[in-house]
Design a protein around this ligand. Structure first.
Ligand code: NDP
Length: 240
């Protein structure tokens, strides 16, 4: 199915998986709204990708900014077909390190950010009886690991929210959750526990973010009556 002129919002589009999803969808002739906080990156990506791509500086932890970004999408493109809730951080550390600020940040970005994204587009999709919300979960949505307690907690929550949303919006809004394994990106830098980050960086083989962007493209490309609900994409050498 052609993706031409589908209007897609991508949060966390300034780097890594989100940036690659934006490129993949622009290549498929979608209209893309890039959302994240680092304006310079968004601006240069929008310029690189051409007329069908624009950006709105947005902090996903601020519900008003998310509403404004959704409104800017409607003003520019006239509709919202797909939201990709991708923005996320992974501040890993043992619980005993008591990094409460990191815990709050992960909860605010990874859970509240996803909910505020849903809030920003759901009334529009409900009214049109058409739409697609794609949430980026993680292998950490169904496995727990030492030092990942809070990250896993947030990604378990993304799974629960996605499944509930699907059940509530049957026949109106398609819901997809994608669970990536280790992907090459800047994510590891969002952890300020150097010891854990170093250990992680040396212990994981990663796959390129195109492995995830292609899954997003596949899910969007299905006909309206087909809802791809869950996709797991791991490096073939990853055990967990
Ligand atoms: P990156 O660090 O490269 O990208 C994270 C993105 O999130 C950036 O664009 C960043 O933009 C954005 N972001 C962070 N905080 C906010 C905020 N408050 N408001 C708006 N945007 C924000 O990491 P990835 O590309 O790897 O991560 C993307 C998603 O994939 C995350 O949800 C992550 O949990 C998930 N994931 C990644 C895996 C991996 O191995 N890389 C594995 C499994 C899941 P900016 O700072 O400009 O705001």
């Amino acid at each position: 199915m052609s993706l031409k002129d589908k209007v897609v919002i991508v949060t966390g589009a300034s780097s890594g998986i989100g940036e690659t999803i934006a490129k993949e969808l622009a290549d498929a002739n979608c209209k893309v709204m890039l959302a994240a906080r680092r304006e310079e990156r968004l601006k240069s990506l929008a310029q690189e990708l051409g007329d069908g791509v624009t950006y709105h500086v947005t902090d996903v932890t601020d519900a008003k900014q998310m509403q404004d970004m959704a409104q800017a999408t409607l003003d520019r493109f006239g509709k919202i077909d797909v939201l990709v809730n991708n923005a996320g951080v992974m501040p890993v550390s043992p619980l005993i390190a008591l990094k409460l600020d990191d815990w709050d940040k992960a909860i605010d970005i990874n859970i509240r950010g996803v909910l505020y994204g849903i809030a920003a587009v759901l009334p529009h999709m409900n009214e049109r009886e058409s739409g697609h919300i794609i949430n980026i979960g993680s292998i950490a949505s169904f496995h727990t690991m030492s030092n990942f307690a809070v990250y896993c907690g947030t990604k378990f929550a993304v799974k629960a929210i996605s499944e509930s949303l699907r059940k509530e919006m049957l026949g109106k809004v398609r819901v997809t959750i994608i669970y990536p394994g280790a992907v090459d990106s800047e994510l590891i830098q969002s952890s300020n526990d150097e010891q854990t980050s170093n250990r992680l960086e040396s212990s994981f083989n990663t796959i390129p973010p195109t492995a995830i962007s292609q899954a997003v493209r596949y899910a969007i490309a299905q006909p309206n009556e087909v809802s791809v609900n869950e996709i797991v994409v791991r490096p073939s050498s990853q055990e967990l």
